[in-house]
Ligand binder design. Structure first.
Ligand SMILES: [Zn+2]
Length: 124
């Protein structure tokens, strides 16, 4: 016994459904910050300190949030207590960018498709 097939959604419907789904993902975004979190181990400069010879005995970790603004790199020192907030915010930023890229690709495909249909309708 075979069931009648569900009609597949047309291509434009699939695009608009996917577009709507992706837009909903924006709702789940939390505060975001552009940039990356750097973890640094430092030498202190004291002549007798072990950090001078042994990289494993360097001091730290020290954290920095780094991002670009107007073409310049900005570095902000972070305490270990606040570092996770910036790390989370920078993860959210990457999520935003990825979402935006997916929306852009989908939009471009959908608009091209629309244009092609409009063009062939015009020709017929
Ligand atoms: Zn040292």
């Amino acid at each position: 016994m075979s069931r009648p097939r569900q009609p597949r959604p047309s291509i434009p419907d699939r695009y608009s459904r996917r577009f709507r789904d992706l837009k909903q993902e924006f709702q789940q975004l939390e505060y975001f910050c552009k940039g990356t979190i750097l973890k640094r181990m430092m030498k202190c400069g004291k002549a007798q300190c072990a950090c001078r010879q042994d990289p494993a005995k360097r001091h730290g970790p020290y954290f920095e949030w780094t991002y670009k603004a107007k073409g310049k790199t900005v570095n902000v020192k972070l305490t270990p207590e606040v570092m996770p907030m910036f790390r989370t915010a920078s993860q959210q930023y990457r999520k935003l960018k990825s979402l935006l890229n997916r929306l852009e690709r989908l939009s471009q495909t959908a608009v091209r498709h629309q244009a092609k249909r409009a063009q062939s309708a015009y020709r017929d």
